[in-house]
Ligand binder design. Structure first.
Ligand SMILES: [Zn+2]
Length: 351
């Protein structure tokens, strides 16, 4: 298998944004100023009145950022904790800014779960960094992040490698046990069940991607959210945008990717859900250039769920649902077989 043998894709075009973010590591004064600004925003919003939905007395309050982490927390919390996710489906976490609706913060959450690695933007990085109660799941031991040569922060999209999401799950389980030791057994049981489901989804994806012809194991997407997914399964990943949706595309990238698609016979390029129409349009430009300049027909597939789950009631309203939907779209678009042949019950490389 080609696991892990991916060409490093350093998204240099994300460099500016991430370098800018890096400054809050070094300036306590500026960080303090931003905390004050955020507090002012909360006061100005007149929050702090009602406790909000689901605030059953006695249950501790867990606040999460991304929709993936909210789902994970609910899977393991069951009815024992109140989980409030502050990002809605479709939210782009890279450019997320707290709004008055986020008045949940004044209820003083007992625990805050964030992706971290600078995914959530400056204010949330700051909130996470400000208190002992925050757990930055992207920094769980065992997660090997991809550094970017031009950036001060690593690629934050670690959750689409389900083996890394298993580490998220273990981190959430352990945080819940520390928070509420009386119910430790319940958290352990739910986490074990959820980990088994993640393992099954991982094996299924690995077996399906094995059915894609090797030269076609190449994903071209709008922003670079799938490097860790690709790393897990031996898929190359390339994007017209860098790691963050806040970056500018390099002018030569659509042409470079169109030529590459033609050379390798790549049959599809992918849209994503949590980027702007203009950003997905860059993927359409790859398709157009491939046809007009290189005589290679290519189709648009997706949209893939990148930085957010789907809306409630959709097939992708949970992490596992979104992961399977993404895997199906990728495998089918690149000419593989979904569902994978059952004969490959033990997928190569599966844990
Ligand atoms: Zn992203």
């Amino acid at each position: 298998m080609n696991r892990g043998q991916l060409r490093p894709r350093s998204a240099t075009n994300a460099g500016n944004q991430i370098l800018n973010e890096g400054d809050h590591h070094t300036s306590r004064c500026r960080t303090g100023l931003r905390v004050l600004t955020f507090a002012t925003l909360l006061v100005a919003a007149g929050c702090g009145e009602s406790a909000g939905p689901g605030s059953t007395p006695g249950r501790k309050l867990v606040v999460t950022t991304t929709t993936m982490i909210a789902d994970l927390a609910r899977q393991i919390a069951g009815p024992d904790l109140e989980v409030v996710g502050i990002m809605k489906p479709g939210t782009d976490p890279h450019i997320y800014d707290p709004t008055p609706q986020d008045s949940i913060w004044v209820r003083k959450p007992d625990l805050v779960l964030v992706n971290g690695l600078h995914l959530e933007g400056r204010r949330l990085d700051m909130i996470a960094g400000a208190g002992q109660k925050a757990v930055e799941l992207g920094r769980q031991p065992g997660i090997r992040t991809r550094a970017s040569a031009a950036a001060a922060a690593p690629d934050p999209h670690v959750w689409w490698n389900p083996r890394y999401f298993m580490l998220f799950a273990e981190g959430v389980r352990d945080a819940f046990i520390r928070l509420d030791p009386a119910r430790a057994d319940a958290y352990r049981t739910r986490a074990a069940d959820y980990l088994a489901r993640l393992q099954a989804a991982d094996r299924q994806a690995a077996a399906a991607i094995e059915t894609i012809a090797v030269p076609r194991r190449y994903m071209i997407t709008s922003h670079d959210a799938f490097y860790y997914y690709g790393e897990a399964y031996g898929l190359h990943v390339d994007a017209v945008l860098g790691i963050s949706t806040d970056a500018q595309a390099r002018a030569d990238d659509p042409d470079r990717l169109a030529r590459l698609a033609a050379e390798r016979g790549i049959p599809a390029v992918f849209h994503e859900t949590s980027v702007s129409a203009a950003q997905n349009h860059l993927v359409d430009l790859v398709q157009k250039l491939a046809r007009e300049k290189y005589g290679h027909e290519i189709r648009t597939a997706g949209p893939l769920y990148s930085d957010s789950l789907g809306p409630p009631g959709s097939e992708a309203d949970t992490y596992l649902g979104a992961f399977r939907a993404n895997s199906r779209m990728i495998v089918q678009a690149l000419g593989g077989q979904w569902p994978p042949p059952t004969a490959t019950g033990t997928a190569p490389g599966a844990p």
